[in-house]
Design a protein around this ligand. Structure first.
Ligand SMILES: [Zn+2]
Length: 134
């Protein structure tokens, strides 16, 4: 199982963003490093949720991915995944989340109660990753 390490301040920021953004889902990219089987998240870049129904899903502008890739490369980091919130639900991926997912990225979801879970594609489905707060 892959482990995602998340600094506590980033965890707190994610929970706050999620609360402030409700009822819409908030979303953004996670920058960091791959360290063996561990994904180290070091920075979060908030993105605008451009979904037609932002309370029911999220969509990130493709331009924003490019911007984030450049930003990460300039800092010696990589884009290691995506975060988004489920302001009225559990932090479990939806069918839409599954359709949008790319391999090799971590997908952190913040639930309505502020709980965080992380997921990664394995073939055509998500498997859960461990989150380690540090
Ligand atoms: Zn979702």
């Amino acid at each position: 199982m892959t482990t995602v390490t998340l600094p506590l301040p980033l965890c707190g920021w994610l929970q706050q963003e999620s609360r402030l953004g409700a009822p819409n889902e908030v979303c953004g990219l996670m920058l960091g490093l791959h360290d063996g089987g561990v994904v180290r998240v070091q920075r979060l870049l908030a993105a605008e949720n451009i979904a037609e129904e932002p309370e029911a899903g999220y969509l990130i502008d493709p331009e924003f991915y490019l911007h984030a890739e450049r930003q990460a490369a300039g800092e010696g980091r990589s884009v290691v995944g995506v975060y988004h919130s489920h302001p009225t639900g559990r932090p479990i991926p939806s069918e839409t989340d599954l359709k949008l997912a790319w391999p090799d990225w971590s997908y952190v979801i913040v639930g309505a109660d502020g709980s965080l879970r992380s997921w990664r594609l394995a073939g055509k489905q998500f498997v859960e990753e461990a989150i380690s707060l540090e």
